[in-house]
Structures are given as structure tokens and as C-alpha cells.
Design a protein around this ligand. Structure first.
Ligand code: PSV
Ligand code: MN
Length: 424
């Protein structure tokens, strides 16, 4: 299914008068409004191929119908999102959940929807049916050299898929770790992992990056071999200039100050980018901004400040991606909500009066600093996000469009109500 352009125009026409009033009201307060809109138009957040179907927990899964049955249909779904919000112009594949067969036709299909391929992800956290050796006790950190070799070969195979599709980065998330004290020699596990990553690093094309994703717990509950940003940064520093640390918002111990982590990684030139999601307890994979929108805003505050300090292009120089699971919501509606939350937080960060904040910080005016941040956070900047989306060709109200035009029902009619997408 493809969204006809004229239906978006019709939708926008209906909402335009009310939108214009709200936009002009807020725009009058912001001298740099045009530059903010330009940045929003350029911003893009990748959609993971595994998040287009219904997620689940170990207790059950309740599919909602119309899920994509193939990689082509997953690309179609990202195309739908992008048509509506003009900010989801790329897809991130997880191998072997989504193995591209005919690269050329898949690339053409994606390009016809205005999409490109973001980072490719390897998977050594599950055993595949045709796999020779098991990852039960880890992959790159394994005590068995042959298992390590198999995991290295898999990562190189993923790079090769990515090269054929035009990706420019490999994301490695390792579930390696231990569940009980004494199970593992930490130093040897680290060294094995480093050696494995070094081989994978050598296979990267010159213009590629490798993103090392850390996670504090799960599936291992005593130690994780890439357990926090310090360990990830150690690997990234030892690997070289093409290696970076990837921050997944759900991968920290409770109450971690993620915005500070981000600031320091950026300062070191080692921040790869993000897997956005939200959580209350652990790696809950909830809709971005649904639980802690202020934290998201504070992260974007550091991002904008840090990227500007290093002269980075907000849209292109870091990897932005959603990594969430949709257990009770329609996955596409959930993704639209997540993107909206990211765009709002980004807009709020762009709106912060940096000069005033610097002055407040320099004079230890704690109250003023908080006022400046909270003024940006508490201002309703949603009309600016909507304006940028409309100017880029998207819908003023993407979820409204999705519902009015019965997009999910149309997908159920063509794909069926019982199919299950590959992925989590
Ligand atoms: C692990 O929890 C993770 O965040 C990694 O990014 C995986 O590749 C992804 O989720 C999908 O399982
Ligand atoms: Mn992740």
C-alpha cells in the first residue's frame, strides 16, 4: 500500500486554518524559527525492521493483524511512516531476521519510497536452525575459539549484506555475559571480545563505522561483557577511529544520568548515536517519550550543545534509530508517536536560549539555569514540528491521517489478520 499524495493534501487542508493560528502564535516568539524548521526538515530517524510487527513478552504475544510478511512489506511500512511524517526515511535491518535476497530490487523498492538503508545489525544472541555451534555461553567472548570464529564470520557476512544495500555502519550488540559469579574470567572474556571485534573492524570498508552497543543486564544477569558505556568506550578506543559507542536508552541501570554520558561521549568524539525507547523499570522498550519526556529533552539539550561545539551536522553525523517493541499498540501508530516525541524534544533543545544558559552556568545561577531549561520544555512547540512536517510534504496529524484513512484495515485486508512478522 502506498499513500496517495492528494489524500495528504486533503487532510492538511482540513487542519490548516487551526494549525496556522497555533504556529503563528508560537513562531512570533522565536527569531530563529526558520533555521529550526530547516533542521527539523533535515532530521531523520531510522526505523528498525524488527519493530514493524507486534512485540511480545516471554508470557505471550497478541498480534494485531496486517503485519508485514516479508522484507519488502517491512520496507512498505517504513514508506508509509515516511510519507506521513517525512522523518522516517531509513530502515535498519537485523540479520538474519531479514536477509535481503535480491539486493537490486530491494534497493530500488526502498528508493521508490524515498528510503535508504541505515546501520545493519548482527545477531549472535540467538542460535539459528542451520547454525553449527551454539551461542549459549556467548559469542565473541566464548572460551571456544571456533565459536568465536563463527561469530566473527557472521558479523563480516552482515557487513557484506550492508555493502550491497548501501548501509554505512554495523551495529554490534552482544548478549555475552555471565549469569553466575565465577562463570567467567572477565579479563579473558574482554580480550576475546576485543580480538573478535578487531577482526570485524578490519573487514569494514573505509567509509564505514562500527557501533558498539552496551547493555547493563539481560539476558545475562550477573555480568555483561559490554555492560556499560565505559566498557563500550574501551573497545571503541582500542579499535580505532571507525568505532563508536551506541547508546540505547533502555540499557542502563536505574536512574543513570544518560544525558551526562552523552555529553562526555560526544566530547570524546565517540558517540555513535542512539537507540531510542522509553522505560520505567528496565529495558522496557516502550514508546519514546511516554514515561520520561524530560529526560529525553535533557538528552537532546546535551546533543545539540555538544554537536554544535564539535561542528557536527545534527541530521547526518550521528545514527538516530528507534529500538522499541509494541505489545499493546499498533506498531505503526506507536512508531509515529515515538518519532513525534523525538522531534518535539529536538525542537525544544533547539529553542533553548544557549547564551542565557551559558551566562547562568558561568555565574552559578542555578535558578536561572533551571528556568531556562524548563521554559523550553514547557513551551508547546508541537505546531513547529507540524509545520516542518507539512512543508516537507507530510501530514499535519500523522496518527489522525492513519486512523481516518483506515490504513491498518487496508493492510489487514491485503496481508491477512493472522500473519506474524519476523523479528523479536
Ligand atoms: C538488545 O536489547 C537490543 O537493544 C539490541 O539493539 C538488539 O539488536 C535489539 O535490541 C533487538 O533485539
Ligand atoms: Mn538496542
Amino acid at each position: 500500500m502506498k499513500i496517495p499524495r492528494n489524500t495528504i493534501d486533503l487532510h492538511n487542508e482540513k487542519l490548516y486554518a487551526a494549525h496556522k493560528r497555533k504556529f503563528e502564535f508560537i513562531a512570533a516568539e522565536i527569531p530563529q524559527i526558520e533555521s529550526i524548521i530547516q533542521k527539523l526538515v533535515e532530521f531523520n530517524v531510522a526505523i528498525p525492521s524488527w519493530a514493524l510487527g507486534t512485540g511480545g513478552t516471554r508470557f505471550g504475544r497478541f498480534p494485531g493483524g496486517g503485519e508485514p510478511r516479508s522484507i519488502e512489506e517491512k520496507i512498505d511500512d517504513v514508506g508509509l511512516l515516511h510519507a506521513l511524517n517525512q522523518s522516517s526515511g531509513s530502515i535498519s535491518l537485523h540479520i538474519p531476521w531479514d536477509i535481503p535476497k535480491d539486493y537490486h530490487s530491494i534497493q530500488q523498492h526502498a528508493a521508490s519510497l524515498g528510503l535508504r538503508f541505515d546501520a545493519v545489525n548482527s545477531n549472535t544472541f540467538q542460535d539459528q536452525p542451520d547454525q553449527q555451534l551454539s551461542y549459549k555461553f556467548g559469542s565473541l567472548h566464548n572460551v571456544d575459539k571456533n565459536i568465536r570464529k563463527q561469530a566473527i564470520a557472521h558479523n563480516i557476512e552482515v557487513i557484506n549484506h550492508g555493502i550491497a544495500l548501501g548501509s554505512k555502519a554495523l551495529t554490534v550488540w552482544l548478549s555475552d555475559g555471565s549469569s553466575f559469579p565465577g562463570q567467567l574470567n572477565f579479563r579473558k572474556a574482554f580480550q576475546h571480545t576485543l580480538e573478535g571485534l578487531q577482526e570485524v573492524y578490519t573487514a569494514l570498508p573505509v567509509d564505514w563505522k562500527i557501533f558498539i552497543e552496551y547493555k547493563a543486564f539481560e539476558p545475562n544477569f550477573y555480568s555483561m561483557t559490554v555492560g556499560d558505556w565505559g566498557q563500550s568506550l574501551l573497545y571503541a578506543n582500542k579499535l580505532g577511529p571507525k568505532a563508536f559507542t551506541l547508546v540505547d536508552l533502555g540499557h542502563h541501570l536505574p536512574n543513570a544520568n544518560i544525558e551526562q554520558i552523552v555529553a562526555l561521549l560526544l566530547m570524546e568524539g565517540k558517540l555513535a548515536g542512539f537507540h531510542f525507547n522509553d522505560s520505567k523499570y528496565g529495558d522496557d522498550d516502550l514508546t519514546v517519550g511516554s514515561i520520561k519526556p524530560y529526560q529525553l529533552f535533557l538528552i537532546f539539550n546535551e546533543l545539540v550543545e555538544g554537536m554544535d561545539a564539535r561542528g557536527l551536522d545534527h541530521a547526518k553525523d550521528l545514527g538516530w534509530m528507534i529500538d522499541a517493541s509494541h505489545n499493546v499498540k499498533d506498531p505503526l501508530e506507536d512508531l509515529l508517536q515515538s518519532i513525534e516525541a523525538i522531534m518535539i524534544a529536538y525542537t525544544q533543545a533547539l529553542f533553548i536560549d544557549r547564551q542565557k544558559l551559558n551566562t547562568a552556568q558561568f555565574s552559578n545561577d542555578v535558578v536561572a539555569a533551571q528556568e531556562i531549561l524548563q521554559h523550553a520544555f514547557r513551551s508547546d512547540l508541537r505546531p513547529i514540528v507540524a509545520e516542518a512536517r507539512m512543508r516537507a510534504g507530510g501530514a499535519l496529524d500523522p496518527i489522525g491521517y492513519f486512523r481516518e484513512n483506515k490504513v491498518r484495515q487496508t493492510l489487514i485486508n491485503t496481508r491477512g489478520s493472522k500473519n506474524i512478522a519476523t523479528g523479536l
